[in-house]
Design a protein around this ligand. Structure first.
Ligand SMILES: [Fe+2]
Length: 134
């Protein structure tokens, strides 16, 4: 596997690990709400800066155009699915942030569980073969 693709895989694993932190932080709700609120804020910063601003940006601006160039059939398949996955991810973060601002922490935890599910079960990265990459 090319080093650049390996880096993207590694970044993806880090993002998935952060969603696990978000899921586990739910244990703080009702016992230490201030710490939960602070944890969620830090996670939101991480997801917006690292996951979306850094990782997704590289995929959308560099990797996906290269993949499309090497196989235009990918445009309506896996690339469309990945772009939808990114859009869902951003939408979920927006929803969690709105809920977090209202301090509705149990609902926040529900939002994180959905985000974890998105990262674990619907991400095409988990099932793609190396031959897909440019
Ligand atoms: Fe990704």
């Amino acid at each position: 596997m090319h080093n650049a693709i390996r880096s993207l895989y590694d970044e993806h694993e880090m993002i998935v690990e952060a969603t696990e932190v978000a899921k586990e932080a739910a244990a703080l709700i009702g016992t230490d709400d201030a710490r939960y609120a602070s944890t969620v804020k830090n996670l939101m910063d991480f997801f917006r800066t690292y996951a979306d601003g850094y990782h997704h940006h590289k995929e959308e601006e560099v990797l996906f155009p290269l993949m499309l160039e090497s196989n235009e059939m990918l445009g309506d398949g896996v690339l469309k699915e990945m772009l939808e996955n990114h859009a869902d991810f951003r939408e979920m973060l927006d929803g969690i942030q709105r809920i977090w601002k209202r301090a509705a922490y149990p609902k926040c935890a529900t939002g994180w569980r959905a985000t974890v599910k998105l990262c674990w079960t619907t991400s095409p990265w988990r099932t793609m073969r190396s031959s897909t990459w440019p």
